[in-house]
Design a protein around this ligand. Structure first.
Ligand code: NAG
Ligand code: NAG
Ligand code: NAG
Ligand code: NAG
Length: 487
């Protein structure tokens, strides 16, 4: 991070991009206990890094530390010791294999990937790509992201536990506003990133579906969480007894994925899952235990017909006559404030409705408006954010405690507007005060960022499926794991 321009400072304001800068965060939010001893070949690396706490102190430390990380003899040693690994993970040269556990081998490969990403970041190198090269201000660091993405494509292996039967496991509905849960679970199960050999996996997928649990196991009006949490707890007990991988890291290289708003609560019933594992959640409420450094915020995406047909695209800024649009139920306190302030106003510019007037088309309004309000409802996420991005309307995020998806990679300020709940009375003035050129630029950036929110069957490079995997990958390369016992 040589020339610290103001734009590169933005990078500092989020904890996660530090992965790209600093490489190593030692087990987050927790002091390494004496039960956890680092494999010896990591020691000289570890001593260079302190557990990051505050954002600024981390940023200050990393600029120097990052420069030494890749050049460190430890990383070089790890590189030398790396076995040649074939595509399927078969180890060819294995002289030193007996001295390293599988986890250490996996860690060594991750250390290499980490060093390559740091190198790219430091030298501001672009990488070749036949399909797409990330560039421009929508990215916090386009070159480092691209390199990290390419390393993910090359390296990432996901093991999916095979135990459990649909519908509670390995399945979730792909329809409705939570459909992204079923789509992504299915896409992971059939993905080329899936490995059948758990010994070579970087991450382990715990294939629970909270949406299915809520549908099939929830007894109506019985507001008891325990039976639902028990399903998750029993599953984790099963895999942690039957296989060595959970106990090895106490779940830190395991992940769950859920769009249902009960997913955080269900995961809360399994202490290590809640505390250690990577939780991919739509309900990314930082006030309810969502940790941006270990958890992944997943966009809520509603595909009425099960595909993106008819959703993508909208007219240019010049054809958008309405300033701002919202229509939807008054769920939760934020929408209540919004409605109290704006519902019955006669201003043509500000179209805020609880019920969409009969002569208006919902998606038509997204296409006629410059800005679309995406307020939190019962939970922080809502499908409007992606609908706005699909249709070329600049999203106005009206949310408290929301961790935005892919915030580690994307600079949301280039294609969306944040409005605080306390600013609702000033909504119109705030939007009117944005200069036309700035609006046009944000609208253009929104179209460029769209590919990262698209849902394809089968998935395409850089789409939402790959962005979710990349988010998991970033969190995985950001920690070094070690076993709780000698193996
Ligand atoms: C691996 O372990 C064996 C004994 O178990 C030892 O003789 C050998 O020197 C070790 N090799 C390395 C590279 O540490
Ligand atoms: C990094 O390289 C890109 C082109 O590849 C260039 O536009 C950008 O200004 C460079 N950034 C820095 C900080 O040198
Ligand atoms: C993992 O730890 C639990 C609790 O300590 C234990 O019951 C279980 O048998 C362990 N699993 C394995 C595979 O050793
Ligand atoms: C986020 O969590 C806080 C704390 O539990 C809660 O008060 C708030 O309502 C939640 N936000 C939404 C939109 O659910």
């Amino acid at each position: 991070m040589a020339g610290t321009s103001s734009s590169s400072k933005i990078v500092y304001f989020v904890v996660i991009p530090l992965i790209l800068l600093s490489g190593i965060i030692v087990i987050l939010n927790q002091k390494p206990s004496s039960a956890y001893s680092w494999p010896t070949f990591h020691n000289s690396l570890n001593s260079r890094f302190k557990l990051p706490r505050g954002r600024h102190s981390v940023a200050e430390k990393t600029s120097g530390a990052a420069a030494t990380a890749a050049a460190s003899p430890a990383v070089a040693a790890v590189e030398d010791q790396l076995p040649v690994v074939e595509n399927e993970g078969t180890i060819i040269t294995a002289e030193f294999r007996k001295n390293y556990s599988n986890l250490e081998m996996v860690e060594a490969r991750l250390a290499r990937a980490r060093a390559i990403i740091q190198e790219t970041e430091r030298n501001n190198e672009t990488s070749y790509d036949p399909d797409y090269v990330p560039t421009g201000s929508i990215y916090r660091n386009p070159n480092a992201f691209h390199r990290s993405y390419l390393e993910m494509e090359k390296e990432l292996k996901i093991y999916v536990y095979e135990d459990g039967e649909p519908p509670l496991f390995h399945y979730s509905t792909s329809l409705g506003i939570l459909g992204i849960e079923g789509i992504l679970i299915h896409q992971i199960e059939i993905s080329k990133f899936r490995t059948k050999d758990p010994r070579n996996a970087h991450v382990y997928f715990v294939p629970i579906s909270v949406q299915s649990i809520a549908t099939y196991a929830y007894v109506k009006h019985n507001r008891a969480w325990t039976p639902l949490q028990d399903i998750a707890r029993d599953y984790v007990n099963l895999i942690s007894t039957k296989y060595p991988y959970w106990n090895r890291t106490l779940g830190r290289d395991h992940f769950i994925l859920g769009c249902h708003d009960w997913t955080p609560t269900v995961s809360h019933g399994v202490p290590l899952l809640y505390k250690n594992s990577i939780r991919v959640l739509c309900n990314a409420n930082t006030s309810e235990g969502f940790k941006p450094s270990t958890d992944v915020s997943m966009p809520e995406i509603y595909l009425p017909d099960g595909t993106m047909d008819g959703l993508i695209g909208g007219p240019p800024p010049s054809a958008r006559s309405i300033l701002v649009f919202y229509a939807g139920g008054v769920h939760g306190y934020i929408r209540q404030v919004l409605m109290e302030q704006w519902k019955n106003n006669k201003d043509h510019d500000v179209q805020i409705h609880e019920y969409l007037p009969k002569d208006m088309s919902y998606y038509g309004m997204f296409r006629k408006s410059k800005y679309c309000i995406c307020p939190s409802g019962w939970e922080v996420a809502s499908p409007r954010m992606v609908e706005a991005i699909y249709m070329g309307c600049v999203p106005v995020l009206l949310k408290d405690h929301y961790a935005k998806p892919f915030d580690d990679v994307l600079d949301w300020s280039t294609f969306s507007v944040d409005v605080q709940v306390s600013e609702i009375p000033d909504l119109k003035n705030i939007l009117m005060a944005i200069p036309q050129e700035r609006y046009v630029e944000m609208q253009k950036m929104g179209i460029r960022v769209r590919r990262h929110f698209e849902v394809n069957f089968p998935p395409k490079r850089f789409d939402v499926f790959h962005m979710i995997l990349h988010s998991i990958w970033l969190r995985r390369i950001n920690i070094q794991l070690h076993e709780t016992h000698e193996s």
